[in-house]
Design a protein. Structure first.
Length: 280
């Protein structure tokens, strides 16, 4: 596990450098989900693959930016799914972006998810790693990651980050979000799940939602390398998560780029989501 964390740290340092200094234009290529890739998406994917190929304990990788799995060492233990540059459409407006990693032991089945990590490239570079507790580090000028604190969520938060096109929300979903605003919750939504979830985690709690909508019944966010790593992190930090009907950590993806509706937050808000969705 240490070897994988070190590979993520090396990749994060290189990705930070790419973001700070390199070309941000579009490529001519699309990824497996049909998004037109930025040159940066492709570069950051190569960086991750290169760093993971140096980790002998990695068996197979899956990247948002590649259509197929890449097998590295068939005898090795860990399977790593990642989004090398999540929120990359925010690069041209200079908002925070991130990388997300799910680390699985033995297969990409959700029961084998044993650790999760994300990196936020904001004014500072911060790395959150969930394995035996959820721990935050930040990148020092000398290239080392320094421990900052353990992260735990409060029972109830004050923020909400409601994703998806509102026009296409179900009426009960809109009513639930409106209800939170009526209770005094404040809006925080940048369009990057890494900084949006990072804010909720570090400010004690709240609700991030990306529901199924009439145009996208299975939501937008991908299971293996977006929704499940955050489900793991929020659960370990003392919060909760759901896809509306089930615990996200009990449902397997059928295809490596499958998406799911997802909700992450403190216990209070997730109990509300489960209650509202159970009645539909
Ligand atoms: P990406 O992987 O193509 O960058 O898309 C994922 C991002 C998430 O970071 C974010 O929560 C979501 O897309 C925002 O979507 P929307 O623009 O529909 O609010
Ligand atoms: Mg993404």
């Amino acid at each position: 596990m240490k070897e994988i964390l070190n590979a993520i740290e090396r990749a994060a340092i290189r990705i930070r450098e790419e973001i700070d200094t390199k070309d941000i234009g579009y490529s001519q290529q699309q990824n497996a989900t049909g998004d037109t890739q930025l040159q940066l998406d492709i570069k950051c994917d190569l960086v991750c693959e290169e760093e993971f190929s140096k980790a002998a304990t990695i068996n197979t990788i899956v990247s948002e930016e590649q259509a197929h799995k890449v097998v590295m060492n068939t005898a090795s233990q860990y399977f790593v799914a990642f989004d090398p540059l999540d929120g990359s459409s925010l690069i041209d407006v200079n908002l925070s972006v991130g990388s997300i990693f799910g680390i699985y032991d033995g297969s990409f089945d959700v029961k084998d998810l044993v650790a999760a990590c994300y990196v936020v490239y904001g004014p500072r570079t911060e790395l959150v790693f969930a394995y035996e507790g959820v721990v935050k580090f930040y990148l020092l000028q000398n290239g080392e990651f320094e421990f900052v604190k353990n992260i735990t969520l409060d029972e109830k938060g004050k923020l909400t980050a409601p994703g998806g096109t509102q026009q296409n929300w179900a009426a009960y979903h809109k009513e639930m979000i409106d209800g939170l605003f009526q209770e005094g919750y404040r809006l925080r939504y940048s369009g990057g799940m890494v900084p949006d979830l990072h804010q909720i985690l570090l400010k004690g709690g709240g609700l991030f939602s990306y529901p199924g909508t009439s145009d996208k019944p299975d939501g937008k966010l991908r299971m293996l390398y977006e929704a499940l790593p955050f489900a793991f992190i929020f659960t370990m930090a003392g919060g909760d998560q759901t896809d509306g009907k089930n615990d996200l950590l009990t449902v397997d993806a059928k295809y490596i780029h499958d998406t799911t509706p997802c909700f992450f937050g403190s216990k209070y808000e997730i109990a509300r989501v489960k209650d509202v969705y159970a009645r539909q």
